[in-house]
Design a protein around this ligand. Structure first.
Ligand SMILES: [Zn+2]
Length: 468
């Protein structure tokens, strides 16, 4: 969620609004499958799907309703000068070397040259190479948008400069980011500037995987990026101990967003729906309009305790349930769960509460005990470093220290204990307090969304199974 907000904030205001509108439209599209969506379902051939291996287009894709339909490589450059500033598409799409694009540009501007920004370049240096006059440089840097963007050029970027038949400057283009291009036009000594923005289109994709060696590899093979993998493990992190409880044969399937600008892939977005089967136990998650995840029945994914105080990505050997105890070298049940990971691995508070002990002794090494309420206490032993002191309040997920090998141990690990009413319990299997459900007034809307997404998910799974 943090990442999404960050991305969202990076976008210009106009796009924030557009994205918000698109999100709403996405939801509506999902709720009421249009004829167009139906059509796209039919036109997705098995061959198309096979080419992209385990990733399939989900028939939820749509295009921004107000965007003019430009074909790839086509620009709306018109000699009439009627819309001289809206012709970014070909350039901004990275088609600088596309001959078709070049010829279209050349038809309008006699001379179009691409200048790469080199190490140590200034705008003046680039303009000098382009043969522009110092008057051009001065006048351009007086324009607000140009000043804001062109003075921050970086090596590897490109500035495209067009001149007319007399060798006079007619246009400067600079790709600000994947969505925005700055265009400055000069016409009879009059400058105009604007940022031309591509429409962001959100498509929904399906992917799934069966875990063979480990979760991370399976997710990467399924086309997920690091953020999505962590997002998936976070969504299910209250139900599944990703560090210790995954097994070969576990599987997952997700529907997630992908953002495109004029057909150009920008980035993967949020996971919209997910199903995870862990040791034959099935878990589901739906992203609701409030940005939170709920099970398909509307129960919040958030619970009072995380299944694991250590992120799975740090923990070695996922599939070794009969792991030797790091102290005695024997397989034995003891009162806690041991997480073997590198010294310095962050340790999270499994739940919110108050630190009732934080100290050092020869057996526990550095340790932290957290009392969550009258019923629950958790203990964290052998830390390298304690980040909290006795009496402190901690939030769920807060880093309370780092994994170590202090105290009576032979190897680095976290010894974690989960105590219910004074009795040690297995935190990985114990039934934890029930989570809150979605608000009653949201329930109908949620159920419709949930059914739509889960139906799409299972349809895609069946399609995939049929092809195997
Ligand atoms: Zn232990």
């Amino acid at each position: 969620m943090g990442k999404v907000i960050t991305l969202f904030k990076l976008l210009p205001k106009k796009h924030q609004i557009l994205l918000s509108i698109l999100s709403v439209i996405t939801m509506i599209t999902m709720l009421l499958p249009s004829e167009e969506a139906q059509a796209s379902r039919q036109t997705t051939s098995i061959d198309d799907q096979a080419q992209i291996n385990t990733r399939y287009d989900v028939p939820l894709a749509f295009r921004s309703p107000e965007r003019p339909e430009l074909l790839e490589g086509q620009t709306d450059n018109a000699p009439t000068n009627a819309t001289p500033l809206s012709s970014t598409d070909a350039l901004a799409a990275g088609d600088a070397n596309n001959p078709a694009t070049e010829s279209l540009e050349s038809a309008h501007h006699r001379d179009v040259e691409h200048f790469n920004v080199k190490n140590g370049d200034t705008l003046a240096a680039v303009f000098d190479r382009a043969g522009l006059t110092s008057k051009d440089v001065y006048e351009i840097t007086q324009l607000p948008l140009a000043k804001q963007n062109l003075l921050k050029i970086m090596p590897g970027e490109e500035i495209v400069i067009s001149k007319d038949i007399n060798g006079d400057l007619t246009e400067v283009r600079y790709r600000v980011n994947a969505i925005s291009t700055l265009i400055i036009t000069k016409n009879q000594n009059q400058y105009q500037e604007k940022i031309s923005e591509k429409d962001v289109e959100i498509r929904s994709h399906f992917t799934s995987a069966k875990i063979k060696s480990n979760f991370w590899n399976a997710a990467v093979d399924a086309g997920m990026n690091a953020n999505q993998i962590m997002q998936l493990s976070t969504v299910f992190g209250w139900d599944i101990d990703f560090a210790l409880d995954l097994r070969e044969g576990d599987s997952f399937a997700i529907i997630y967003e992908q953002e495109y600008a004029d057909g150009e892939f920008l980035r993967n977005g949020n996971i919209l729906a997910a199903e995870f089967v862990n040791q034959d136990e099935r878990y589901t998650a739906i992203r609701y309009t409030d940005g939170n995840y709920y099970s398909e029945n509307g129960t919040s994914m958030r619970k009072a305790f995380l299944r694991s105080p250590v992120d799975f990505k740090y923990v070695s050997s996922n599939f070794n349930p009969r792991r030797l105890h790091p102290v005695t070298g024997q397989v034995k049940a003891h009162r806690g769960v041991d997480y073997v990971a590198a010294i310095g691995t962050p340790i999270k508070a499994a739940g919110s509460g108050r630190v009732i002990e934080a100290g050092y002794n020869q057996f526990n090494g550095n340790y932290v005990f957290i009392k969550h309420n009258d019923t629950y206490t958790t203990k964290y032993l052998h830390l390298t470093k304690r980040n909290v002191s006795k009496g402190a309040s901690v939030k769920q997920g807060q880093i309370i220290g780092t994994l170590g090998k202090t105290g009576r141990v032979t190897g680095a690990h976290l010894h974690y204990e989960f105590i219910v009413n004074g009795v040690h319990r297995n935190p990985r299997t114990i039934t934890l307090p029930k989570a809150e459900s979605i608000a009653r007034k949201e329930k109908n809307q949620f159920d419709t969304l949930s059914q739509q997404l889960m139906t799409t998910l299972s349809q895609n799974k069946q399609t995939q199974l049929a092809m195997q």
